[in-house]
Design a protein around this ligand. Structure first.
Ligand SMILES: Nc1ncnc2c1ncn2[C@@H]1O[C@H](COP(=O)(O)OP(=O)(O)OP(=O)(O)O)[C@@H](O)[C@H]1O
Ligand SMILES: [Mg+2]
Ligand SMILES: [Zn+2]
Length: 456
């Protein structure tokens, strides 16, 4: 292939420049130029990129298209399959992001070993030598299999022909930031390279109905490094997260064209690799001690599965102004909002109190049903009084102190009952019609009712 010319395109206005410069001639913005491939690839990357998705460019009616359910390749790692929405969808591109050393390569090697029992897989590593991969495989007790093929390579123009030869069903690129294309002069990992390489690989996946999994580095603020468009190009974005000092790892889908988002898969990192955690609630509560002030159990619903987690608060007289606020596992602004609601509707003055909040086990909870647990943990610590024994709660709090309806109330109540909780506080509208054996349900309408029940 003749070497294509590259030009510098403004990410703000699209103006093209023959050489890199700090300021765009078109719109005047600074540092917005990135290298892109001009003819003939530019034509491909424009029109054909879309065509790859749909070979026949005819206008049709819906009933003229045979719409079968997408075929999936089940990995047999239940936690992973659930996060993906039932397995890897054929022809899909999956981006797996996560902090350095969190276990991305481990997860993928274990996954490939499972898939290799039935299908052909190719693991392309740009970060490690094949020896390093073999060492890891040995530790994980992953045995050699004719279907499991490995390659250490970072040049896209070498990887693509190898895929042609090997004809794998699943390709893993570990990582997309190390791969580069000859077509561009930019260094591997640059916005231009990541964009071009990932769209080439995407075209390949769509064209041949193979599954491509890209590993992506994350930046300091936790988002995947490289262009934002990367997340648009791919079908599924997964994040692998966990705390530095805990061996729990959580796999979360933040975008999925083939399944629900915010589904959570839970693993434990052991010396033999990642082990699935099938009963996460029991595990998150394993260190929970009853009758401790500042602790409240939340029945959360992450994706399609209820999950019980402990919310801990520490409230203490502040010696600085403004008082400190720290939230781990939840949004800090939400915490401030809840504190304001408590001050206004419960008359609890917290402006001179330091408030620290932690969701135990390193889980991040973003759903609104968390509100009630946060407020109760804070009041419990503030009053230095434990909450009633065997109590679990869920509920969103509105700005006027009302407790708002949440999703999947039934599921949550059942999970709490299953784990031996004797009472559950739920929003009034979530109260089931039939009483549940063994659990007392406390239906609440506003914050005052909740506090009266818990701290009478
Ligand atoms: N002998 C061991 N026993 C237990 N855990 C280990 C052992 N060796 C490695 N690990 C775990 O595996 C993790 C590294 O996993 P892995 O290399 O898959 O991560 P990664 O996300 O691919 O990292 P990178 O960003 O460097 O590619 C280590 O942080 C550690 O937790
Ligand atoms: Mg790795
Ligand atoms: Zn511009």
């Amino acid at each position: 292939m003749a070497k294509a010319k590259s030009v510098y395109e403004c990410t703000e206005c699209g103006e093209k420049h023959t050489k890199w410069q700090g300021k765009c001639n078109g719109c005047g913005s600074w540092n917005s130029l990135i290298e892109v491939v001009e003819e003939p690839i530019a034509k491909v990357s424009g029109a054909n990129r879309v065509n790859a998705l749909n070979q026949q460019s005819q206008v049709v009616n819906l009933d003229q298209i045979s719409a079968q359910d997408v075929e999936r390749n089940v990995t047999n790692i239940i936690e992973l399959d659930r996060v993906l929405g039932g397995g890897l969808a054929l022809g899909s591109v999956i981006l797996l992001g996560g902090d350095p050393g969190i276990g991305k390569s481990t997860l993928l090697l274990q996954t490939l070993a499972h898939i290799a029992q039935k299908n052909k897989v190719l693991y392309v590593t740009g970060e490690e030598s094949v020896q390093q991969v073999a060492l890891r495989a040995k530790r994980l007790e992953v045995k050699s299999h004719p279907n499991l093929r490995l390659m250490s390579e970072i040049r896209l123009e070498t990887i693509l022909p190898q895929i042609d030869i090997e004809k794998p069903d699943v390709v893993v690129i570990d990582s997309i930031q190390t791969v580069y294309s000859d077509q561009l002069q930019s260094a591997p990992g640059s916005v231009a390279q990541v964009r071009e390489c990932s769209s080439m690989l995407t075209r390949l996946a769509k064209g041949r109905q193979i599954i491509v999994i890209l590993v992506g580095h994350v930046t300091k603020d936790g988002s995947i490094a490289g262009p934002r468009v990367l997340e648009h190009i791919v079908d599924t974005v997964l994040y692998f997260e966990g705390e530095q000092h805990s061996n729990f790892r959580m796999l979360r889908s933040v975008k999925n064209r083939f399944g629900a988002v915010n589904e959570l898969g839970i693993f434990a990192m052991t010396d033999k690799g990642l082990r699935e955690v099938s009963n996460p609630s029991a595990l998150f509560l394993s260190s929970y001690r009853h009758e401790i002030p500042g602790s409240c159990i939340l029945v959360s619903e992450e994706g399609t599965r209820p999950l019980l987690v402990e919310v801990q608060a520490l409230v203490d007289q502040s010696h600085v102004m403004p008082a400190k606020r720290l939230a781990v596992g939840m949004d800090g602004y939400r915490l401030s909002l809840l504190i304001a609601i408590m001050q206004r509707h419960l008359g609890i003055q917290l402006y001179d109190q330091d408030i620290f909040l932690n969701i135990v086990g390193g889980v991040k909870i973003a759903e609104p049903a968390l509100d009630l647990a946060v407020v109760l943990a804070i009041i419990s610590s503030y009053k230095n009084k434990p909450l009633p024994d065997k109590l679990a709660v869920c509920g969103e709090i509105g700005l006027s102190g009302e407790i708002r309806t949440i999703q999947k109330g039934q599921d949550r109540i059942k999970e709490a009952a299953k784990l031996g909780f004797a009472r559950v506080i739920v929003p009034k509208a979530n109260l089931p019609k039939e009483p549940l054996k063994g659990v007392e349900l406390i239906a609440v309408d506003n914050l005052v009712e909740v506090v009266n029940y818990c701290f009478h």
